[in-house]
Ligand binder design. Structure first.
Ligand SMILES: [Zn+2]
Length: 444
């Protein structure tokens, strides 16, 4: 009712209970029916967690709506740091989620949609003895919220629906994780026993190995979950890095991850992975992943915070793929204390600079994995981060070729040192001859 006031349900309740205000200000009123009473029981929770994202400022009540970055501290400095972007309308966002989306609602919607057999799957997901990110991935796959090409096209993203792994068929969740020639080879090499794909959809197929009827069948559920996760990760590498790991490579890497996970968990189950067919011939699928154009530049980015005020700063460092210095830039950012937001704004600074200096083929490097992933479903973000991601995407689209890659922090030290150094000067600086002298030479 708050975020979708145009929905039928919201309009019905609005007409009866809060004709002249929004759900945020609504009161129980006289003679409430049972449903309205129940809804109002959650209003406090909703009011406590939602904040207003200021866009053009037209629809926000300055005195009544929570829009200050910190309601305990109406500090002018903080207010001036509020990002204003007049192209966006004011909107509600949920504070506890990087997308600004109230996720319990999604959970409930999902629960309503499922029927009994899925309850078992649902329960069994949380019993898997796997790293939480695998479990969450499986949940996202089952609820079909992964940003597959089919799902992006449904959201009107104008891209051709071609699977990033095989390059032939349309990509939906069942295709990329099971039916794709790439996935089939992975399953083959993994030697894991799995149910036939048949013409099941993904939920039906998961039910076969994770539902109650599958308990006695002896499927190695934890490992199936892990392989699914790894296939999706490989698929993302194909999208972002234009390099698809070979199925054999994927399985070997998975075996290491799985061994490390078992070593680090106290349940200490004996969990031997089926032996790999190590004599597999070299995989030629996508071996010819596009190499970088000759005039491409790499741009390492990092954000930092300076001093007790946590003033956000950025740094980026441009070089050729061979490592020839092109430029280094750093300076202050204007945003609230929010590491993810600062990282995204740093990428935006870098993209603007690269665009202004007529580079056409770029690779952006960031040590913030969450941010790199978030570029996958920008349209689902209604937090301030969404605005920055959206402007980054527009900038990205102005280049002939572009990609964004995650790099480990240990290999991003130059950009880190650049961002760190801003505090001393607090102005934008650009170096075009060589790296500034405060960067230790062993870093570059
Ligand atoms: Zn495919």
């Amino acid at each position: 009712m708050l975020t979708c006031p145009e929905s039928l349900v919201a309009r019905i309740f609005k007409a009866r209970y809060f004709p002249n205000t929004t759900f945020y200000e609504a009161t129980l009123g006289g003679n409430p029916n049972y449903v309205w009473r129940s809804i109002m029981a959650s209003q406090d929770l909703v009011r406590s967690g939602y904040r207003r994202r200021i866009g053009n400022g037209r629809m926000t009540k300055v005195w009544d709506h929570p829009w200050l970055p910190d309601s305990q501290d109406p500090d002018v400095g903080l207010i001036l740091q509020t990002l204003v972007c007049v192209e966006f309308k004011d909107d509600w966002f949920w504070m506890g989620d990087i997308r600004g989306v109230y996720t319990v609602k999604n959970g409930y919607r999902w629960l309503r949609e499922i029927n009994a057999p899925w309850d078992a799957v649902w329960n069994n997901i949380w019993k898997l003895q796997v790293p939480p990110k695998w479990r969450i991935f499986l949940w996202r796959a089952i609820t079909n919220v992964l940003p597959t090409i089919t799902n992006l096209v449904k959201r009107r993203v104008e891209i051709p629906n071609v699977c990033p792994a095989c390059g032939v068929l349309e990509e939906d969740v069942m295709h990329i994780l099971c039916n794709c020639v790439y996935a089939r080879r992975v399953w083959n090499i993994s030697q894991l026993q799995i149910p036939n794909f048949g013409d099941h959809d993904f939920m039906q197929w998961v039910e076969l190995w994770l539902g109650n009827s599958a308990t006695s069948a002896g499927f190695l559920k934890d490992q199936i979950c892990g392989i699914l996760y790894e296939i999706w990760r490989a698929r993302n590498m194909a999208v972002w890095d234009l390099a698809l790991p070979s199925p054999l490579h994927l399985c070997v890497a998975f075996q290491h991850t799985w061994a490390a996970w078992n070593l680090n968990t106290t349940h200490g189950r004996a969990a031997a992975l089926p032996p790999l067919l190590l004599a597999m011939q070299h995989d030629t699928l996508h071996q010819a992943a596009a190499s970088l154009p000759h005039d491409a530049v790499l741009c390492s980015t990092d954000a930092d915070f300076y001093g007790s005020q946590h003033a956000p700063t950025f740094g980026f460092y441009v070089r050729s793929p061979e490592g020839v210095f092109v430029a280094a830039v750093n300076g202050p950012l204007s945003c609230p204390y929010d590491p993810l937001l600062a990282e995204a704004m740093t990428i935006r600074e870098a993209l603007s600079w690269l665009q202004d200096h007529n580079y056409h083929n770029i690779v952006i490097l960031s040590d913030c994995a969450v941010l790199v992933d978030s570029f996958w479903d920008v349209s689902s973000y209604c937090s301030y981060l969404g605005i920055i991601l959206d402007s980054c995407l527009r900038l990205f689209n102005s280049f002939s070729t572009y990609s964004i890659k995650f790099v480990r922090r240990g290999t991003n030290l130059v950009a880190h040192a650049l961002a760190k150094h801003v505090g001393a000067v607090h102005a934008r600086s650009v170096w075009r001859e060589s790296l500034p002298s405060f960067i230790p030479s062993d870093l570059s």
